[in-house]
Design a protein around this ligand. Structure first.
Ligand SMILES: [Zn+2]
Length: 319
């Protein structure tokens, strides 16, 4: 296994595969490519040395987006399905169509039992747009990424939530993911989305480990568009991942000779000096500032060491 944080990320990008639903213009694939090329340049391999994860499947029904996905220069999906609801088994699709035609609204209370049927409710293959109509299977991947339909959750939409028209499409997507038992699922939607729906569906086998409303404006974009992000991780996978991080996690701990009191009375300059080694990893381009700070830290650490050598009562602390 790789021994450094960058090497670990490089290894992960090279080994990972992923699939996308409601793939749109392939923001996930573009993000993966940006990460891969940035890391490759940072590690001295140049753009040609980039190692990015494999995009196994995209599911998208908007034809201009399909064309964009097929033309993606680096993250082109290996397979593409067009109809999210096309996974319903024919008998299920027929029943749902009859219910709709008789005026029944397909709400969460009707569809949730169907979602939990997983493999019994859906077929895990569809005609593929990449392989000229051949039926290609839904692959099991390291992470599935879905920007689920947000119309019914958006403040500018009908505000119908899980009683809205898009919940049937969501239900078919959820039934497929339940059947696939991916290691991780990343979901994006309107910031009004209710995270408990994900827990209701996946909660037994997966933990909703990250829920956050993020806005592009937080990243310097001029547009304000808060979005819900939720990360589901396989409970079994959590145990495996933590075990594999045993050689990385210790890098984020270091011995500190002192007491918490020192932090409470420290001046800003002393705090900056204490944090300098961490700042090096955050702003490596500011090398002159780092070198100056580094000298200051070395000088201060030397003084602390001299002081410690004269005071054997100090205890090492981990934080
Ligand atoms: Zn295919």
């Amino acid at each position: 296994m790789p021994t450094g944080a960058l090497e670990y990320l490089d290894h992960a990008l090279k080994e990972w595969d992923y699939s996308t639903s409601f793939s749109g213009l392939d923001a996930p694939g573009t993000s993966m490519s940006v990460h891969a090329v940035t890391l490759s340049v940072r590690m001295g391999r140049g753009v040609a040395g980039m190692r990015e994860p494999k995009h196994k499947l995209a599911v998208e029904n908007f034809k201009p987006s399909q064309a964009e996905l097929k033309a993606h220069p680096t993250a082109r999906p290996a397979c593409m399905h067009s109809d999210q609801r096309g996974y319903w088994k024919p008998a299920v699709a027929k029943t749902l169509a009859e219910l709709k035609s008789s005026g029944v609204q397909l709400t969460k209370s009707i569809l949730m039992p169907l979602i939990l049927q997983g493999r019994n409710a859906v077929n895990l293959s569809q005609p593929c747009l990449i392989h000229k109509g051949q039926s290609c299977p839904v692959p099991r991947v390291r992470i599935h990424i879905a920007g689920i339909e947000c119309k019914d959750w958006s403040p500018r939409g009908p505000k119908t939530g899980s009683d809205g028209q898009t919940f049937e499409t969501f239900s078919c997507w959820a039934a497929v993911q339940t059947a696939m038992r991916h290691k991780a699922i990343l979901v994006e939607c309107s910031h009004k989305y209710q995270a408990r729906i994900l827990n209701d569906i996946f909660g037994i086998e997966m933990a909703l480990t990250f829920i956050q409303n993020l806005c592009a404006s937080h990243l310097g974009n001029l547009g304000v568009r808060p979005r819900f992000w939720g990360l589901l991780l396989s409970r079994l996978e959590i145990v495996a991942v933590w075990s594999s991080l045993n050689n990385v996690v210790p890098m984020f701990y270091r011995t500190w000779r002192g007491s918490i009191t020192a932090l409470l009375i420290a001046t800003q300059e002393e705090l900056d000096a204490e944090l300098a080694p961490t700042l090096f990893y955050c702003i490596p381009w500011d090398i002159e500032s780092f070198l100056n700070t580094s000298q200051s830290v070395n000088s201060q650490q030397q003084q602390n060491n001299n002081k410690d050598n004269n005071d054997n009562s100090d205890q090492d602390e981990q934080f």
